[in-house]
Write a protein that binds this ligand. Structure first.
Ligand code: NOJ
Length: 751
């Protein structure tokens, strides 16, 4: 007989399944029936074909290769990636539905990550907006545009928690915090998939990379991740759970191994956690060759072995490598894989194709143009760029600029239409990009422009003189620096995350003119500014802001818009501090100002002693340059009057937290009010702070408002070392403030 807890767990799984079906507006019975009726007619070869995601180069010119068309005709391919020619898409689909044995439609996929034609800020930038509407509308626009090319499956959202800015793919990530990442995950999935999966503008989403890819040692891409089971559940899992709860139809396995097992071959992960714990009922796709990469990982002896491991783990579709295609039949004949296992994988894929109504509507409707670069899309891209931009420093209210002043626009990213689009912007046409220089020209601003450096890594000082000359005849210098797009993203990790090339030298040379300098950074990661920040008066982080970046920055610089972003990652002083994140553990010897000993304060010839006896670096200290959640606006806010509905909480009621926020400056502005919680004592040690809520307020000068948060039992739960998810009685601290390193503090007890 089943015990009560098993029964409850099972009803929960069934309930979740029903909810997900209801959300996707499908009838379980009908879809299941359709899948089994179809599968009854399919040959073994055809079934194996459905598991095959074939890559083509987006640049294929001329005609489609005959062999490829024949493979589709024979039912040997289930999905394609990177077929970016509309007539090829139509031709392949026509062959699939009209000539293949059972007319099963193909699924076309693409990395539509932060826009298709209209490019939005990179995902780390979108995360800085802390704005779910912005995340949702950006992915909706991306879906509308991309689906007009026949793409119906995007490899996004990327949901890898990233705590190390050296890692190139931090650019694609939602940042370091699981709570924020989970909110964004839901928004992205809703945006990509839209209201109905069967809508011709719906792209099925892919929550990737499952899991722990962002925990690569030293930020070196593809590297090993060691993550204990509690950390995996508490930090890395929440955004995936949110995406799956929102109905994400696919999940991509990560390249990396976790605790010795490559993600693409990990049954506990793909079957235990993904299917059973999270109730995922879509299909799992490998990353590019990640199944056969289990050979160099030292986990599979050869291709056939790799296929066997991946199938046993529960990996449904193979991207680009062909281990299933080549060896699955043999594995079945040898009894290493059963037909039942194969049928499970195939059914997962077909179910999604039915949900998308691809059988009825396999082609792009003629009238679906995608409204590429429609004014509305560009407007949303501009809004997203404004909301993503983080003001880090603004000495003496240097910004907004006085409109009558003449500016010198200098720097390697001031007029680089391709670079400001960032990583994963294959389809964005740079001719549509508004750079800062084009925006200033269009708005008739009085400015001089000299790049000074041709590109971000340029080490030559040969144009410094010209740059200094324009600085001298201007009132203020706007230096657009940072990283070219290619310096972040996949396989583009850096050990030194300061401004590359001779940018620091040029800024120092410009500072000698005595003109105030605004440093505007376009980059895929936080940049270490320790060598340079004292030379400049203001710093703006624009990330790679996308198609409308120049226009957004123009409006921010002149105060027609306010920089709306707050950091979704801790910004370090130097790469040597990495990994550094706000929700760390306290340690037995937490660092504090009174104990800190700087390297220069150690007496020469000092005898060995345990300096300060706390967890810090002698040189870089223990605090970041800018904390998680940080960002300035153009006005000031004061927080007061923190009130809690009770000092005690039980599982029956939630707590209400209220705080008064007042605009004490002289212009209307927005602030992002953040709520953090600390569980003081746990059966495993708990982070010093965890984000549990945020709200944006907009106030006129002198106006104030009361911001209210609810803390529910759910907010206090975590996975302990038995992997029990729950809340433990005890003391909790809370903070409400403008970022993770400050705030009004109170506490309560959970009983
Ligand atoms: C490899 C990347 O890791 C993944 O994110 C991407 O979706 C695939 N390549 C397909 O391009």
């Amino acid at each position: 007989m089943m015990n009560k807890s098993k029964l409850t767990a099972m009803s929960l799984v069934i309930a979740l399944f029903l909810v997900s079906c209801a959300k996707n507006k499908v009838s379980i019975d009908k879809t299941t029936q359709k899948v089994s009726q179809l599968m009854a007619k399919m040959t073994l070869e055809e079934k194996i074909g459905q598991l095959n995601l074939r890559g083509t180069s987006s640049r294929v010119k001329g005609a489609l290769p005959e062999a490829l068309k024949q493979a589709v005709r024979d039912g040997k391919i289930g999905a394609f990636l990177n077929v970016m020619n509309k007539s090829f898409v139509a031709e392949l689909q026509k062959i699939a539905v009209e000539e293949s044995p059972n007319g099963i439609p193909l699924l076309f996929s693409r990395d539509v990550i932060h826009g298709f034609k209209t490019i939005f800020p990179i995902p780390l930038g979108l995360a800085a907006s802390w704005d779910v509407e912005v995340a949702e509308s950006s992915s909706r626009v991306a879906a509308i545009e991309a689906s007009s090319y026949g793409v119906r499956w995007t490899f996004a959202p990327m949901l890898d928690i990233a705590r190390d800015s050296r890692w190139g793919r931090i650019a694609e990530s939602p940042g370091e915090d699981p709570f924020l990442a989970a909110q964004l995950a839901k928004a992205y999935v809703n945006g990509f998939q839209g209201d109905r999966l069967s809508d011709p503008t719906s792209l099925i989403a892919c929550a990737k990379h499952f899991i722990g890819y962002g925990a690569a040692i030293g930020g070196r891409d593809y590297n090993t991740a060691t993550i204990n089971k509690e950390l995996l559940q508490n930090i890395y899992m929440p955004p995936f759970k949110a995406a799956i709860d929102a109905g994400a139809q696919t999940v991509m396995t990560a390249f990396n191994e976790i605790n010795g097992i490559p993600a693409s071959g990990d049954k506990k992960l793909l079957t235990g956690i993904l299917r059973k714990q999270l109730g995922f009922d879509g299909f799992v796709v490998s990353d590019w060759n990640s199944i056969t990469e289990m050979i160099p990982h030292g986990f599979a002896a050869n291709e056939k072995h790799a296929a066997e491991i991946a199938i046993n783990a529960g990996l449904d579709m193979e991207m680009t490598s062909a281990s299933y295609e080549k060896h699955l039949k043999e594995l079945i004949n040898e009894g290493k894989i059963t037909i039942k296992q194969l049928d499970f994988l195939v059914a997962n894929i077909l179910r999604v194709k039915f949900r998308m109504n691809l059988f009825e509507n396999p082609f792009v409707p003629e009238e679906h143009t995608g409204n590429l670069y429609a004014p509305k899309h560009l407007e949303l891209a501009k809004k997203a760029a404004i909301k993503s931009t983080v003001l880090l420093k603004n000495n003496n209210n240097m910004l907004p600029l006085n409109k009558t002043r003449t500016v010198a626009i200098i720097g390697p990213l001031a007029n680089k239409p391709r670079e400001q689009l960032g990583t994963w912007s294959f389809d964005g046409d740079k001719n549509h990009t508004v750079t800062p220089v084009t925006a200033f020209t269009k708005e008739n601003r009085s400015f001089h422009f000299v790049e000074g450096l041709n590109y971000s890594r340029d080490r030559s000082s040969k144009n410094f003189k010209k740059a200094i000359a324009v600085a001298e005849k201007s009132d203020v210098v706007l230096f657009f620096g940072g990283e070219e797009a290619i310096l972040s993203g996949e396989a583009h990790s850096r050990a030194d995350i300061s401004l590359p090339g001779a940018q620091e030298q040029l800024i120092k040379a410009l500072a000698k003119t005595g003109k105030p300098i605004v440093l505007i950074i376009m980059a895929g990661r936080p940049i270490s500014l320790s060598n340079i920040i004292h030379e400049v008066d203001a710093v703006i982080m624009a990330w790679h802001p996308g198609t409308m970046g120049g226009s957004a920055l123009h409006d921010i610089l002149y105060g027609d818009a306010e920089p709306g972003g707050r950091l979704p990652v801790t910004w370090v002083k130097t790469a040597g501090q990495l990994p550094l994140f706000y929700n760390h553990k306290n340690t037995g010897r937490p660092a504090k100002p009174s104990e800190f000993v700087h390297i220069d304060s150690i007496p020469i010839g000092a005898w060995q002693s345990s300096l300060g006896n706390t967890s810090h670096y002698l040189d870089a200290g223990y605090t970041p340059h800018f904390p998680f959640g940080y960002g300035l606006g153009y006005t000031k806010f004061a927080y007061s009057n923190l009130k809690m509905s009770s000092k005690k909480m039980t599982d029956k009621e939630s707590l209400t937290v209220r705080v008064t926020v007042k605009n004490t400056g002289d212009r209307t502005g927005e602030d992002l009010v953040q709520l953090y919680v600390q569980d003081l004592v746990g059966s495993i040690t708990r982070p010093v702070k965890e984000l549990k809520g945020f709200q944006r307020v907009s106030l006129e000068p002198g106006a104030q408002t009361e911001v209210e948060f609810k803390i529910s039992v759910e907010d206090l739960k975590y996975y302990n070392s038995d992997l029990t998810y729950g809340v433990e009685p005890g003391e909790f601290n809370i903070w409400v403030g403008p970022h993770s390193a400050t705030g009004l503090k109170s506490s309560f007890r959970y009983e």
